[in-house]
Design a protein around this ligand. Structure first.
Ligand code: ATR
Length: 277
């Protein structure tokens, strides 16, 4: 999606994927800095490790304790630090890294665009309390959810996450049970639904999907998970997690280029790559 976006924006840039072992992350980042990359993205398990390898951190990275986007800045002759994209003729005196996190905006932007859902004062049931579940819970709390129901196979993890949310966001009403009445959203942040034959990530006997307005599944492959199929059968709206991937990427594009992301171009490229159409 980034290469399509660069092309559509007339930028002679390219986006490449590198597989880096965690123990080599520091050297890889140093190499990118020395080669004057404009920026890069990091994925699991590098997002947490990179926190202490950045010269500077944007508030977004500080808030979530993870870096998924790095932008390099150069020292200009006037003594100011500028994004590397701004060095066309002049060579930067020194280059430093700055870490951002665009995942949070990815989830809220996707919920707004794909479901027309605004989280403020809403009631949400979140399935999963692993790495993805924790970040989703923090994002929901930050966005002003009123009631948050955390459901996880391992109850202890749901309790620990509830305690963390409660400490950081005392206004949010957090429970580690199934909701007893209707919710606005059921959000799946477990890995259940990725593999054929996976069970549903929730017990429909304890909460029927007729009692939610919408289901958001963070999984995007397959395009329709069994949970989404059940939701649609129950008359709820259901969308997959492709929008999250799109929007975190669009925000990264904006950080690197200083231009608005060509969203439609990026969405089409992403769909082509992931679904082949
Ligand atoms: P990620 O970083 O993708 O969130 P993770 O931290 O391993 O990965 O979390 C996976 C999530 O999927 C957890 O909520 C996990 O439940 P547990 O905390 O009980 O392990 C959930 N999950 C994975 N396989 C599951 C299964 N077979 N049944 C129920 N939940 C499952």
């Amino acid at each position: 999606m980034h290469n399509a976006a660069f092309k559509a924006s007339g930028l002679n840039w390219c986006y490449l994927a590198y597989e880096v072992r965690p123990e080599h992350l520091r050297e890889a980042l140093e190499g990118a800095r020395r080669m004057q990359f404009v920026g890069l993205n990091l994925t699991v398990p590098h997002k947490l490790l990179a926190m202490e390898m950045m010269a500077g951190l944007d508030d977004s990275a500080k808030q979530w304790g993870a870096v998924n986007t790095v932008a390099f800045e150069g020292l200009a002759s006037d003594g100011s630090w500028k994004p590397l994209r701004d060095f066309a003729e002049e060579a930067p005196g020194e280059v430093r890294s700055k870490g951002y996190n665009t995942d949070a905006q990815g989830l809220t932007a996707a919920l707004k665009e794909d479901l027309g859902l605004y989280l403020e004062h809403s009631r949400v049931m979140l399935l999963g309390a692993g790495g993805a579940g924790r970040v989703a819970a923090l994002q929901l709390a930050e966005a002003g959810v009123a009631d948050l129901f955390l459901v996880n196979r391992t109850q202890d993890k749901a309790e620990a996450l509830a305690a963390e949310i409660q400490a950081r966001y005392p206004k949010v009403h957090v429970m580690t049970t199934y909701p007893h009445r209707e919710v606005d959203l059921v959000l799946n942040a477990t890995s259940l639904g990725m593999k054929p034959g996976d069970a549903l990530p929730m017990d429909l006997g304890r909460f029927p999907l007729t009692d939610t307005k919408a289901v958001y599944d963070m999984i995007y492959r397959p395009a329709q998970t069994p949970l989404m199929a059940c939701a649609i059968e129950s008359g709820a709206r259901a969308v997959n997690g492709l929008g999250m991937l799109l929007h975190q990427g669009a925000r990264a594009f904006e950080i690197w280029t200083g231009r608005p992301a060509p969203l439609e171009v990026m969405k089409a490229a992403l769909r082509e790559e992931v679904y082949g159409h």
